[in-house]
Ligand binder design. Structure first.
Ligand code: IYR
Length: 233
C-alpha cells in the first residue's frame, strides 16, 4: 500500500527527562533493589487484615506505566474486595482446579507442582482483602462512522501484560504487602463473573494482603546467576 493511501504523520517529539546518576549511586540502587526483591515470596496463606486501598491503586498506576506494543496498553486491572464476589470467584476457581488436579493435569505437571504443595483448594481467594484480576486485550473494540463494531489489533499483548504484572508484583512487594500469582485453568469464568467485554481475556488473579499468622512457604531456591546469565564478549 502506498504512502499516499496511508499517510503516516511524524509524531510530536519533546525532550526526554533523564537524570544521570553517579556510578556509585547506580550500583548502590541496583544492589538495594536486588536485596529487596530477593525477599519476595509467593504467599498462599493470607490474613483477612485490611490493606489500604491506596496501595493497590498506586501499584496499578505503576503497572500501567509499563511499556507495551505500540503503547496500546492492552490491560485491565479489576479490583475485587466484595466478599460475595470473592466467594463466587473461589467457588468457580475451585471447581476448575478440582478437575485439573484430579483429571486434567498430566502426571509430569503434578510432579512439577509437588514441591509447591498446592492442591485444588483456594481459600485465599476469599481471605485476601483484594483480588486483582488482570485481563489481556488482544484487540480493542471501536465503532466506525456507520456504528459498526470494529476490532483493532493490539500488538504483543501477552508480553505487554506480562511486563505490567511484573511491575505490579514489584510495587506491591516494595509497599510491604504479599501477593500470589494465581492462574486457575481455564479462566473464562472470570470475564463472565466480572461482566467484562468479549475482548478482555482473563490473564491472572493476584490476591493481595498480609500473610496469615504463621504462614509457611515451601523451601525453594533460585537458579545460580551463572546458570541464568550468560555474558558473551
Ligand atoms: N493452577 C493450579 C496449578 C498450578 C500451576 C502452576 I505452573 C503453578 O506454578 C502453581 C499451581 C493452581 O493454582 O493450583
Amino acid at each position: 500500500m502506498s504512502e499516499a493511501q496511508h499517510p503516516v504523520r511524524a509524531p510530536e517529539m519533546h525532550p526526554l527527562v533523564f537524570n544521570r546518576l553517579s556510578p556509585e549511586e547506580q550500583i548502590r540502587r541496583a544492589r538495594a533493589f536486588y536485596e529487596q526483591m530477593r525477599c519476595r515470596r509467593t504467599v498462599r496463606e493470607f490474613s483477612a487484615d485490611p490493606v489500604p486501598f491506596e496501595i493497590v491503586e498506586m501499584a496499578i498506576r505503576a503497572a500501567a506505566t509499563a511499556p507495551s506494543g505500540a503503547n496500546q496498553q492492552p490491560w485491565r486491572f479489576v479490583v475485587v474486595s466484595n466478599l460475595e464476589t470473592k466467594r463466587k470467584i473461589r467457588a468457580a476457581a475451585e471447581a476448575e482446579e478440582k478437575e485439573f488436579y484430579e483429571h486434567r493435569a498430566p502426571k509430569e505437571w503434578l510432579e512439577a507442582l509437588a514441591p509447591l504443595g498446592t492442591d485444588w483448594r483456594k481459600p485465599f481467594l476469599e481471605t485476601a482483602p483484594y483480588l486483582i484480576v488482570i485481563f489481556r486485550l488482544d484487540y480493542d473494540l471501536r465503532h466506525d462512522e456507520q456504528g459498526e463494531e470494529v476490532r483493532v489489533k493490539n500488538y504483543y499483548a501477552q508480553e505487554s501484560v506480562g511486563i505490567a504484572v511484573g511491575i505490579l508484583l514489584t510495587a506491591l512487594h516494595l509497599a510491604g504487602v504479599a501477593t500470589l500469582t494465581h492462574t486457575p485453568s481455564p479462566m473464562g469464568f472470570l470475564g463472565r463473573l466480572l461482566g467484562r467485554p468479549k475482548n478482555e481475556r482473563a490473564f491472572m488473579i493476584v490476591p493481595v494482603g498480609y500473610p496469615a499468622e504463621g504462614a509457611k512457604v515451601p523451601r525453594i531456591t533460585k537458579k545460580e546467576l551463572s546458570e541464568v546469565m550468560i555474558v558473551r564478549s
